[in-house]
Design a protein around this ligand. Structure first.
Ligand code: ADP
Ligand code: MG
Length: 328
């Protein structure tokens, strides 16, 4: 567990980070989110001692990081930043091997770890292990940057806008990949971003920062339902806050039994007494997708199927609205 306690950084009269406290549990992903200049990167860099705090402290599993030499500390903390400085004259494999080598891992274990990470990030080792950074696309370089940061199985992965400079499609794909990898590996993550959608997607909790302070630290659902101030509300989304809330929840949790519904051919279903044969929603769809389909179809109830196309329930607009009101 990481404990950040009243962490502060001043530059002359500027309080870049102003008494920040939070805890990061093992396996948790926390996002620091806020506008440019609010102190996110400074906070991250004080945690791995790239910057020394003016006041406050950071504990890893109860041990004050001031008692750990910075070089040793950084071996235990992966660090991935935007436009990641991959070593240009080292191959992908050599880049990823950096920390494991410093940790003195045996050769075979390093080789296995490189292969595992390249596979995980969708970079077939036979093709990519021996390439140099300049032979990779931006998205591939970012993947290698994150893989390198994860290579030594760090206690925590610090990420500063790691998917920043990418086109939206590559970025979304990398976010999905990263989410799957994190879930599989149980990596503890502290992520800095100014992109609220990215934070909602990748983090379990979000610390919203304003002028060096945390103004609200909560789950995505709590931030959307109960923003603590006008500032937080503007960060989480003014007009589409309700729709974002619907993106967080799945149809499966709100379904009702599909009584009176029957197959009507070609994968559609019809309600007893109903006119229309309706194409079903997937049980894995979000409530946002469900609301969208209900609107587009112009009905107030749709059938829901599992992955194999079996009817498993129905979803209706009244239930979606009740969820928005917190009355599920
Ligand atoms: P963010 O990552 O949220 O965009 P930073 O942590 O980089 O913000 O910066 C927070 C504030 O501290 C900004 O006002 C920035 O100008 C100031 N700052 C950061 N580094 C320095 C420095 N080395 N000297 C003086 N001011 C700095
Ligand atoms: Mg920054």
């Amino acid at each position: 567990m990481i404990t950040v306690d009243a962490l502060t950084k001043t530059y002359g009269p500027v309080r870049a980070v102003d008494g920040i406290s939070f805890e990061l549990a093992e396996g948790e992903a926390l996002a620091l989110i806020g506008p440019s200049g609010c102190g996110k990167s400074t906070t991250l860099r004080m945690i791995n001692r790239l910057i020394e705090p003016s006041a406050g402290r950071v504990l890893i599993d109860g041990v004050d990081t001031r008692s750990i030499p910075p070089a040793a500390l950084r071996l235990r903390m992966g660090y991935a930043i935007q436009g990641i400085g991959l070593f240009p004259h080292r191959t992908v494999a050599q880049n990823i091997a950096t920390v494991p080598r410093l940790l003195g891992w045996p050769r075979a274990r390093i080789a296995a770890r490189i292969e595992e990470l390249l596979d995980l990030f969708g970079l077939p080792p036979a093709v990519f292990a021996h390439k140099y950074p300049h032979e990779l696309s931006g998205g591939q370089q970012q993947r290698v940057g994150v893989a390198r940061a994860m290579a030594g199985k760090p206690a925590v992965l610090l990420m500063d806008e790691p998917f920043g400079a990418l086109d939206p499609i590559t970025r979304a794909r990398l976010q999905d990949e990263f989410l799957a990898i994190r879930r599989r590996m149980g990596t503890t993550v502290l992520l800095v971003t100014h992109d609220m959608d990215e934070a909602f997607r990748l983090a379990d909790r979000l610390a919203v920062m304003e002028k060096g302070r945390i103004v609200q630290l909560d789950t995505p659902e709590a931030l959307l339902r109960r923003p603590a101030s006008a500032f937080v509300q503007s960060m989480v989304g003014n007009e589409d806050r309700g729709l974002k809330l619907l993106s967080l929840a799945g149809v499966a949790a709100l379904m009702r039994p599909a009584e009176g519904w029957a197959p009507a051919g070609e994968g559609t279903f019809r309600k007893a007494g109903g006119q229309e044969a309706l194409a079903p929603l997937s049980a894995s769809a979000s409530l946002r997708e469900a609301a969208s389909r209900l609107v587009l179809t112009g009905v107030d109830e749709l059938p829901v199927v599992d992955e194999t196309g079996n009817l498993v329930g129905t979803i209706d607009m009244a239930r979606i609205i009740a969820f928005g009101g917190g009355r599920r």
